[in-house]
Structures are given as structure tokens and as C-alpha cells.
Design a protein around this ligand. Structure first.
Ligand SMILES: *[C@@H]1O[C@H](CO)[C@@H](O)[C@H](O)[C@H]1NC(C)=O
Length: 266
């Protein structure tokens, strides 16, 4: 290799390393602020969970319920939120995944399950030259929808606020709910307790190779039939669409009803 070629390589590597650092910095800067329902943390209504802990418990053959009811672990940053990012043209898409050990019934008698993943995706427009957070995608149950600025709340200028459903743990741009299993109806009333999670206190990068062991394991039995985020079709953050489900508000999946960009590309 010629010396100029070598120098070019070095400079290019430095550039890439610099970009990786910028991207990680942005993952912290735009990480979501979660707000929980006032009954989360008791009676089988669980806070986020360390996915690695859960994985090891299941791999060891322990099938007992894993429900994190300890708010302190959430408020002091003991529980990780998992992220990964992709640059899509001028924009940076950052996905944040939260794991729950158990979802309680969403009504008197249905909906409960072990192991559940939910996501929020942030779009940072013009990330290299003039970065600004724009669309935010909220995932819930088997669907999702996307909101544009001023149609979601922001904490401390840069952190999108997501309200977490008390039983099914979907993320929503608003509070409320009527407490049924229908799509937008999981309760999310922070009340006076106002329990929250600053996800940027503990972020762990999702990696398809070289990360925590569970991230490389395609075993769906561990997650009660689900794949880890690293194996899902939506790993490619550049081909996401704005919503899924009905545009009419139904009891079933109707994410598009609240999507500002419809099902256009995210
Ligand atoms: C999650 O739990 C594992 C043990 O299974 C521990 O090694 C790891 O530090 C925890 N992760 C975080 C980010 O706290």
C-alpha cells in the first residue's frame, strides 16, 4: 500500500470511529423517558427487567415467573435498555428495546404471558450536519405508530416521553386508557407517584455478534416463543414503515389510527 493510501485508510478509520462515537452519544441524548402506571410494581405488574438475567434463569431450567416489582432498580439505573442504530441516508434511526419478564392479564382473565419486548424508535434528521430529533415511533403489542414533533412530549428537551401500559407494557405518546385489552386501552396513569425511568442511565448496545451472549442466541423458547430483537425482521431500521394495523380504531391491532405519517416509510 502506498503511504498516501495508508494515510487515507487511517483517516477513514478515524472518521468511522468518530462517527461511531457520535452515534453512541446521540443514543444517550435521545433515549426515551418512560412513565409508568401508578400500580406498576405490585401484584404482578412488572417494571422492565434485565434480559440477560432472565435468559440465564431460563437457560438454567428455572421456569418460575420473573417479575421485577422493585422500582428502585428502575429509578436508579440498574435495569438496562437495549439500543441499536443505523444511518439511513441523511438520517439516523435509533431503536430502544425494553424487556419485561412477565405481562399481567390486561383484563380479568386474559393476556398474560412470560417474556415480552417493546420498542421506541427515534429518527434523528440530518444527523451529521444539523441533528434534530423528528419522528418517534411507539411500539405496542403487535403494532406501532409514529408521531411528529409537538405530537409527543419531550423530557429535558431531547428525550421523548413514552407512557408504558400497565399490563401489556406497550409504549404510547399519551397517558390514559380504560383498562381493557383493546389496542389503546391498557391503563397508563402515572398519578401522584409519577414513577419514571431515565433509560439513558443504563444503555446497552444490541449486537448481532460480540455482544452479550443472549443477543447471539436464536432460541425462541427462552423468550416464550419470541425472537431476541437481534433476530427480528425489523432489525433493519432503514426499512421501517410508520405504522401497522387498522386506520380505524378497533379493539384489535390499529396502530395506524394514531400515526401522523400513516404507513409511509419511517
Ligand atoms: C444484567 O445482568 C447480568 C447478569 O445476568 C449482569 O452481568 C449485567 O451486568 C446486567 N446488566 C446491566 C446493564 O446491568
Amino acid at each position: 500500500m502506498s503511504s498516501t493510501g495508508f494515510l487515507g485508510c487511517v483517516l477513514f478509520s478515524l472518521l468511522l470511529a468518530g462517527h461511531a462515537a457520535d452515534i453512541e452519544e446521540m443514543a444517550y441524548k435521545y433515549a426515551p423517558y418512560f412513565r409508568f402506571d401508578l400500580v406498576e410494581g405490585e401484584g404482578g405488574f412488572c417494571f422492565p427487567h434485565n434480559a440477560s438475567d432472565y435468559y440465564h434463569v431460563r437457560k438454567a431450567g428455572d421456569a418460575s415467573r420473573q417479575c421485577n416489582e422493585d422500582y428502585a432498580t428502575v429509578s436508579n439505573g440498574d435495569i438496562p435498555t437495549y439500543w441499536h442504530a443505523m444511518t439511513c441516508g441523511y438520517h439516523l434511526h435509533i431503536a430502544y428495546w425494553t424487556f419485561y419478564g412477565y405481562n399481567h392479564d390486561c383484563d380479568c382473565c386474559s393476556g398474560e404471558r412470560d417474556a415480552w419486548w417493546e420498542f421506541v424508535v427515534v429518527k434523528v434528521r440530518d444527523w451529521d450536519l444539523q441533528p434534530h430529533m423528528h419522528e418517534v415511533m411507539f411500539g405496542q403489542k403487535k403494532g406501532w405508530y409514529t408521531r411528529v414533533p409537538s405530537h409527543y412530549e419531550v423530557h429535558d428537551t431531547t428525550h421523548p416521553v413514552a407512557y408504558v401500559g400497565k399490563a401489556s407494557h406497550g409504549t404510547y405518546h399519551d397517558d390514559g386508557g380504560t383498562g381493557t385489552c383493546c389496542y389503546f386501552e391498557d391503563f397508563r396513569n402515572p398519578g401522584d407517584l409519577d414513577m419514571s425511568m431515565k433509560t439513558w442511565l443504563n444503555l446497552v448496545e444490541l449486537k448481532q455478534a460480540g455482544g452479550e451472549g443472549w443477543m447471539e442466541d436464536a432460541d425462541a423458547d427462552v423468550w416464550n416463543g419470541l425472537l431476541a430483537p437481534t433476530f427480528r425482521s425489523d432489525w433493519d431500521l432503514c426499512s421501517l414503515v410508520g405504522c401497522t394495523g387498522s386506520f380505524l380504531q378497533l379493539c384489535g391491532t390499529s396502530g395506524c389510527h394514531k400515526s401522523d405519517i400513516g404507513d409511509d416509510p419511517f
